[in-house]
Ligand binder design. Structure first.
Ligand SMILES: Nc1ncnc2c1ncn2[C@@H]1O[C@H](COP(=O)(O)OP(=O)(O)OP(=O)(O)O)[C@@H](O)[C@H]1O
Length: 254
């Protein structure tokens, strides 16, 4: 098994309160891993530790890049982003008045290495062409290519989520972290979002997803971690976790 990210013994305190109490989570490369848990169980705090928003009091986070483990614990968010871990809302918000294509090009221009200098060189037009080509390839992957010229405000809730996903791909993500990708999305569109995640995953991008709507999410993910009160209480395939009495207790008995 090859991991892209491992977190070991992560502790995050807010004052005397332990939001994360020794969390071990490993994300397998090339798979879709889901974290579930009731409100307040620590899912977002965990993602905040991984993406550098919070420094943990204990534990470490390793990102496996180019065949070696890089200790990214406590790295600032922009460095984590540059390393290839992209959480959808790390990218500037979707610009509703810009077209779908423009929303992708804006992300690419904000990336490392893009600056004023290339714009002054003869390479500029070539670079723009290449970016547009890449953007269209990504739009095709998320099935938004027919909407490339639509202003983003005309998109449905599901399409906006797909545009966010496209923007993460445009940012060159190796690991995409999706925080509730189908919150507020109607059921048919929600399936569409997860189907697209799965398709993109099959072309090599790894996903870590937090989602409450487990009835839908469980159909599409490879591995699940269940959290409660800042700890991992169960892990395994969707079937194993769904049948774990500890998980049932938290959701039904709790
Ligand atoms: N900045 C903060 N200061 C103090 N307490 C916090 C802070 N952030 C989170 N918490 C607390 O840590 C606990 C875990 O919160 P977290 O947002 O990680 O849960 P969650 O599992 O993502 O919940 P939800 O599903 O509602 O998003 C909660 O009790 C929350 O109130």
């Amino acid at each position: 098994m090859s991991f892209i990210l491992t977190a070991e013994g992560v502790v995050k305190q807010f004052g005397a309160f332990r939001a994360l109490d020794g969390v071990d989570i490993a994300v397998e490369r090339g798979k879709v891993t889901l974290i579930i848990g009731p409100n307040g169980s620590g899912k977002t705090t965990f993602v905040n530790v991984v993406t550098g928003v919070y420094k943990p009091e204990a534990g470490r986070v390793l990102f496996y890049k180019d065949g070696r483990a890089v200790d990214i614990t406590g790295w600032p968010p922009h460095k984590v982003f540059e390393a290839g871990i992209v959480r959808t809302f790390q990218i500037p918000q979707i610009f509703l008045k810009l077209t779908v294509l423009e929303n992708l090009l804006v992300v690419a221009r904000g990336q490392r290495g893009e600056g004023v200098l290339p714009a002054l060189t003869r390479n500029w037009v070539k670079q723009e062409e290449e970016l547009a080509k890449r953007a269209f390839k990504i739009l095709k992957a998320v099935r938004l290519e027919d909407k490339w010229d639509s202003p983003a405000y005309l998109l449905s809730a599901g399409e906006l989520k797909l545009l966010e996903l496209a923007r993460a791909l445009m940012a060159g993500a190796e690991l995409i972290i999706l925080d509730e990708p189908i919150a507020g999305v109607p059921i048919d569109q929600a399936h569409e979002v997860f189907k697209t995640v799965k398709e993109i995953n099959q072309t090599g991008t790894t996903f870590l997803v937090i989602e409450h709507r487990i009835d839908i999410a469980f159909k599409y993910v490879d591995y699940v971690y269940a959290m409660a009160s800042g700890r991992v209480i169960s892990k395994g395939t969707p079937e194993q976790v769904a049948n774990d009495p500890k998980v049932k207790e938290v959701y039904i008995g709790g």
